[in-house]
Design a protein. Structure first.
Length: 243
């Protein structure tokens, strides 16, 4: 599952890449700071491109919440929701059945730009963090859904059954985030998509030729260590194999 990510691009780079503008200029200094390790369980603010305002980068809280939750009660909601994964991921297989997901899937889809994400890999009964990123050093466009709680956006990353490559990386749960190709991004945000259209986009394979992956420092697994530092994106060779 995708619970950890990175986003090290400047806002201007994201604006140019996606042909969008930051919703509020006052947020630019905050989002210009590189985030080497974004821990989803801290429910951070990240930039998303929402379907309802597809020309902007808008701050969203990682962890989708029901619209009837009071904005001031989000922290308490997340404490309770931790047993369900904190809303960080949404299984694409449940999109049209889950009470929360089905409210968002037709009209509140989003793109979450990241420069990479982390997945656990098991090797000889030990777990190692693997950093997955685009070989061309651009961004991944993660497919997501969102809700609006008061004036806040909360979102979740969609996941699906892992491809052959991601089955080797995330070799226990065998899941992966839904990655959108450039050709699919506009369609994902298009409101005129049927259920079948949406399912087809989710099933569409992502070109594995542009995927880089390697093991990184196991500090990523330690909640008491601040691994939001450049070193967490550096390769650490443990002799791990991917089969």
């Amino acid at each position: 599952m995708c619970f950890h990510s990175s986003q090290t691009k400047k806002v201007q780079e994201l604006e140019s890449r996606y042909n969008v503008k930051l919703s509020e200029k006052v947020n630019r200094p905050y989002f210009d700071v590189p985030q080497f390790h974004i821990n989803g369980f801290s429910h951070p603010n990240m930039l998303v491109i929402p379907q309802e305002k597809k020309s902007v980068l808008f701050p969203g809280i990682w962890g989708i919440a029901p619209k009837n939750v009071h904005p001031d009660s989000l922290d308490n909601y997340y404490k309770e929701a931790i047993k369900f994964g904190g809303g960080l991921n949404a299984q694409s297989e449940k999109l049209f059945k889950h009470f929360l997901y089905k409210e968002s899937i037709f009209t509140r889809r989003c793109i979450i730009p990241v420069t990479g994400f982390f997945e656990p890999h098991e090797f000889e009964k030990q777990k190692y963090p693997v950093y997955v990123s685009p070989k061309d050093e651009s961004t991944f466009s993660l497919a997501g859904i969102y809700s609006i709680v008061g004036k806040k956006v909360t979102f979740s990353v969609l996941t699906k059954e892992a491809s052959p490559l991601f089955s080797k990386i995330h070799n226990t749960k065998k899941r992966q985030p839904v990655l959108l190709s450039k050709a699919t991004e506009k369609k994902w945000l298009d409101e005129n998509q049927s259920k079948n259209d949406i399912l087809e986009m989710i099933k569409m394979p992502y070109s594995e030729k542009n995927v880089s992956y390697f093991t990184v420092n196991r500090d990523l697994f330690h909640p008491k260590i601040d691994s939001n530092e450049p070193y967490i994106l550096e390769k650490v060779d443990y002799g791990v194999t991917f089969k």
